[in-house]
Design a binder for this molecule. Structure first.
Ligand code: AMP
Ligand code: MG
Length: 272
């Protein structure tokens, strides 16, 4: 698969042994704020135009997976990057603590059901990766259960890829310092307070263990068919520009086309 050359060095290589504490959350400084904003607007327009064709063509699908620590910017990325996309062909699926019914099935059951149909873009706000992240950090299941899931996830994503679904996965990488700042402003802002959960502090205390779990998941499950990107996410304008570019580049590579018009359309007469 052809990938966007521009941010290709942010792609996790299959089997990579990542050390997230050594990966900068601010980016490499090659894109300044003005250029990032210009790129973002250009790519947002490109996404809107491509998605219309994807929907009209009705043959291919795109799945975008978003994962991050709390306040990492998953909601904001969805709001910003997909603003203006026709909701008819685009859906967001959010994965919460599994229900009793979901827990009565295998961990991919609820996820597979939300995969995009032909012509659709689906954005996963959290995903099946929670089953090798929170589940590992909180010891919800033993290692003998979560570790084999890496291979099951790779098989599942390969199944999607072979069935006409492209998969792009973004880890929005924020620093612990930035999380503190965002939590503080979340608590201070009456329009944002509802997002606060006391559990957020419990998760924050487990920061290092989450980092370790992310390193495992990203290294083991970044594949040719479904690559992971580590997006420096402390600066929202950089995060937005990078995600928009990578999504737009993927859609350009998919190259959806409007279906050809029926023959003799010029001769159709609409009766009064
Ligand atoms: P939020 O995205 O802030 O609404 O929070 C959703 C919560 O559901 C997070 O704390 C996730 O870790 C949790 N969650 C999502 N999927 C799973 C899962 N498979 N097992 C346990 N917890 C999960
Ligand atoms: Mg939350």
């Amino acid at each position: 698969m052809k990938t966007a050359a521009r941010f290709d060095h942010y792609r996790v290589l299959p089997g990579a042994k990542l050390d997230l504490s050594k990966i900068d959350q601010e980016g490499d400084g090659k894109l300044d704020k003005d250029d990032a904003k210009a790129l973002f607007e250009e790519e947002r327009a490109s996404i809107i135009a491509s998605q219309e064709k994807l929907y009209a063509e009705g043959k291919q699908s795109l799945l975008i997976v978003l994962q991050a620590m709390d306040a990492g910017g998953k909601d904001g990325t969805i709001e910003d990057v997909f603003r203006g996309v026709n909701p008819q062909g685009c859906r967001v699926s959010s994965f919460k603590v599994p229900t009793a019914e979901e827990l009565a099935h295998d961990f991919l059951w609820r996820v597979h059901a939300q995969a995009p149909g032909k012509g659709q873009i689906t954005i996963f706000n959290r995903s099946h990766y929670e089953d090798v992240l929170v589940v590992r950090v909180k010891n919800i299941v033993p290692e003998s259960v979560w570790r084999p899931r890496y291979a099951l996830i790779n098989d599942f994503e390969r199944l999607l890829a072979t069935s006409g679904t492209r998969v792009l996965k973004f880890f929005l990488h924020i620093s612990k310092k930035e999380q503190k700042k965002r939590f503080e402003s979340r608590l201070a802002d009456e329009n944002d307070r509802w997002k606060w959960s006391p559990g957020d502090l419990v998760e924050r205390a487990l920061w290092d263990r989450y980092e370790e779990a992310y390193e495992g998941a990203l290294g083991e499950c970044s594949t040719e068919a479904a690559p992971w990107y580590v997006i420096p996410a402390d600066k929202k304008w950089l995060r937005n520009a990078m995600v928009a570019h990578l999504v737009a580049a993927m859609l350009r590579d998919m190259d959806p086309r409007f279906p050809p018009p029926l023959p003799d359309l010029g001769r159709v007469k609409i009766p009064d």
